[in-house]
Design a binder for this molecule. Sequence first.
Ligand SMILES: Cc1cc2nc3c(=O)[nH]c(=O)nc-3n(C[C@H](O)[C@H](O)[C@H](O)COP(=O)(O)O)c2cc1C
Length: 364
Amino acid sequence: MLPEGALNLQELEQLAREKLTAMAYAYYASGALDELTLRENVAAWARLPIHYRVLVDVSARDLSTTVLGARVSMPVLVAPTAFHGLACSDGELATVRAAGGAGTIMCLSSLSNTRVEEVCAAAGGPVWFQLYVYRDRAATEALVRRAEAAGASAIVLTVDAPLLGRRERDVRNEFHLPEGLRVENMSAVAGHAEVALRSASSGLAAYFKEKLDPSLTWKDVAWLRGATRLPVLVKGIVRADDARRAVDHGASGIVVSNHGGRQLDGSPATASVLGPIADAVQGRIEVLVDGGVRRGADVLRALALGARAVLVGRPILWGLATAGEAGARGVLEALRAEIDHAMALAGCASVSDVTRDLLVPPGP
Ligand SMILES: Cc1cc2nc3c(=O)[nH]c(=O)nc-3n(C[C@H](O)[C@H](O)[C@H](O)COP(=O)(O)O)c2cc1C
């Protein structure tokens, strides 16, 4: 369960804040510019009333489902977030153990403080690898090869970050990785492992500008598909036409995401675009969603709108910061308990009972 002192994920953030340095907390918590999208991501789920069904036998409930064919104990995955070493000394090893223990999938960020090989070796469940495409394509391909060889079961291509969003809290703090923490996956490429102190700017924004490829297009989705035998998911979609393009370019899935409000401020909350996107995809590939999921009821809302599962970002970081692996596991178990409760109260015995009519009930 959640670390003592927190009854829910929002309260956990306050506990985590007390444990983290001011720079690390701001890096995890912040969004771009005025943080409109950051706030709206949470608020938009809350605006969707759930029209529960009554007199349904919910005495036995099953939260399990499959994502890209892999069974998960509940429709909640761990979103790729960078630099878990800022939260706890075991970094991503703690996270992957928590995800495996909870019976779900961890999506590992390219920008992890632990090498993909070590993370996969410690995993008790599937690991997906989130890919940022570097200007150095050979280094990018080498990274994909390593993720494959390590045992990752999907590549999640993030497409909403040609440049890093401007996070003013990070600019103010001159965000950088402290001594001892590096982008371990890139340690073999000269100059690619350090996110260094930059006076009057975010070191991560400078890293992106120098090293990541802003010329990425749909053609590169085809390139990536040719470069790996693993299924490719496209992460960072907020439009139905882009979702259709992802289908046309052979993606196995998409993640409806605005990067947790950290990229284009003013982009729509994912809760408000998920329904139309799922409708456009028409079940041809799997649709996942992240952004602002903080309650089990939000997971129900996402499934009702057509998502196969959700991913959670910041709450996992709050768990790690508060109590390492046990904290991250506690976040997943708290969500599981809330989903179970919400399903019971909504008249759903299994995730396949969570259908659109819970949000849009049939008329008279
Ligand atoms: C601290 C932090 C670091 C992140 N790093 C990455 C990353 O390396 N790659 C990526 O695709 N998304 C990254 N994201 C975005 C998450 O994958 C996810 O889209 C977002 O956190 C979901 O919103 P939530 O935090 O409200 O759950 C990051 C988010 C946060 C908060």
